[in-house]
Ligand binder design. Structure first.
Ligand code: AMP
Ligand code: ZN
Length: 468
């Protein structure tokens, strides 16, 4: 697979550090509110990259953090009169619900910044010992000029950066040796969460958390580090500086950055107020539509959000699902048996879509072109599989379609959602069966419901149910 590496600004063949394994780290959201669909873009595209690696047979260790201590969280907590922990816990839970609804698989580990403070203190101590960091009045700064490769990711020239910063000097930071130095640890302010440290009671800077979590959960050297393109500078540049100065080895081999999700050609962001939350979108659309919309563009191209494009994505998803449902019907009604002679070549043709799909994904995860291959397969299925087809052939086509969709995190054959009234009806039927001592029938109804994600609980107050 070829990956466009921000570090070299070139397409590079992906070679893992350990054969057969991929260790990737994706910067996660700061949890002070519901996530917006701009935040959802890296979640969806890098989840898809992960799924593609797995489809190719790699074992993927996927780590994505939640930033659960930060100025914005503290501000939200103060406004609501609750603790910062309450805010971050609440929005981590909400974010996980949104991720599940977008079919973004949970990471192998979702570390929380607040749970990793000892590791951060340790790395900061190492940086001080090695002369890469210094303390001023309780604040610890990274000494940027001590790392002569600083700027290698963002391809920025240190002198240009320095002169830019001189005009933008932030008050209270006059104590820094150099305007480019950044905070590793800062003293607490009244009412803020804090932790003891050798320098003062305080809290870590944002950049150090990712360096520490990546090292702890993936090792000193990792394969892929990813996030939105706004993170290239300063966040990822600073991560590289901290990690490489602390460990002495290259941090990440491949850096992948998604372009922005825009609205009216401006970045969607909380601060501009021009955002839709994932939750807003879920009220109008199945979030699979959002996922397909995101994947209909290459991840490095800006994507403009619009109602028309969402409608187009909805129609595309419907087209895939209609085709899959038709295949499923044909499979069910076809008698069991092998493929007919004239179908052998067609099965081969159906299989050739897998190679075509992989070819597109191998070019820097080109999901837009991979989706076109899926639509070619849909066309093939709609014309070549008919009511007269054998089960072997129709099943093979259905399986290929379902599997390729699954690599993109799209569910071709969704389990139909049951209406509450239907569930109640089945429960009543089960009760009647029990009364008639037909336990086999009663159990069959319970199992049927369970297979649709409905769990029954027999309580003193009667039968209750919940979505499992
Ligand atoms: P934040 O919570 O702002 O740190 O963002 C979490 C992730 O979402 C980061 O990888 C950001 O780069 C990404 N992100 C934020 N806004 C957008 C946007 N409008 N388009 C694409 N990615 C975004
Ligand atoms: Zn990060």
């Amino acid at each position: 697979m070829k990956i466009f590496n921000t570090l070299s600004m070139q397409m590079e063949e992906f070679v893992p550090l350990v054969p057969g394994k991929v260790r990737m780290y994706v910067c996660g959201p700061t949890v002070y509110n519901l996530i917006h669909i701009g935040n959802a873009r890296p979640m969806i595209v890098f989840d898809t990259v992960r799924r593609y690696f797995e489809h190719k047979g790699y074992e993927v260790d996927y780590v994505s953090n939640f930033t659960d201590v930060d100025d914005k969280i503290i501000k939200a907590a103060m406004e609501e009169g609750v603790s910062a922990e309450e805010i971050s816990k609440r929005y981590i839970e909400e974010c996980k619900k949104d991720m599940a609804a977008m079919n973004v698989r949970p990471a192998t580990v979702h570390p929380l910044a607040t749970q990793e403070i000892p590791g951060m203190i340790e790395m900061i101590e190492t940086l001080i010992d090695k002369g890469h960091a210094y303390v001023k009045n309780g604040t610890v700064y990274f000494r940027t000029r001590s790392f002569n490769e600083y700027g290698k990711l963002s391809h920025k020239n240190l002198d240009d950066l320095r002169s830019g910063f001189r005009d933008l000097k932030v008050t209270g930071e006059d104590e820094k040796e150099d305007p480019l130095d950044f905070v590793l640890w800062k003293p607490k302010k009244e009412g803020e969460p804090s932790w003891p440290s050798p320098w003062c009671d305080g809290r870590p800077g944002w950049h150090i958390e990712c360096s520490v979590m990546a090292k702890k959960y993936l090792g000193e050297e990792i394969d892929i580090h990813a996030g939105g393109e706004d993170l290239v500078f300063p966040h990822h540049e600073n991560e590289i500086a901290q990690s490489e100065c602390a460990t002495g080895v290259p941090f990440a081999r491949y850096w992948m950055h998604n372009a922005f999700l825009n609205i009216d050609n401006r970045k969607m962001s909380k601060s501009l107020g021009n955002f839709f939350t994932v939750r807003d979108i879920s009220k109008k659309y199945d979030l699979q539509v959002l996922r397909l919309f995101m994947l209909s563009a290459h991840y490095r191209s800006p994507l403009n959000f619009s109602a028309d494009l969402m409608e187009a994505a909805k129609n595309s998803l419907d087209r895939i699902r209609r085709s899959a449902a038709r295949l499923k019907d044909i499979v069910e009604y076809a008698g069991a048996g092998p493929a007919f002679d004239d179908e052998i070549a067609k099965i081969k043709e159906a299989q050739s879509f897998i190679a075509k799909f992989d070819e597109k994904m191998d070019m820097d995860a080109n999901t837009a072109d991979a989706l076109s291959v899926i639509f070619d397969l849909v066309r093939f299925a709609n014309t070549q599989v008919t009511e007269a087809s054998s089960r072997a052939f129709s099943e093979a086509v259905l399986e290929i379609l379902t599997n390729l969709c699954d690599v993109l995190g799209l569910v071709a054959c969704p389990k139909t959602e049951m209406l509450d009234s239907d569930i109640e009806k089945m429960i009543a039927e089960r009760q009647a069966a029990r009364k008639a001592k037909d336990f086999k029938r009663a159990d069959a109804i319970r199992d049927d419901l369970l297979s649709r994600g409905i769990e029954l609980m027999d309580t003193k107050e009667g039968v209750k149910w919940k979505k499992a």
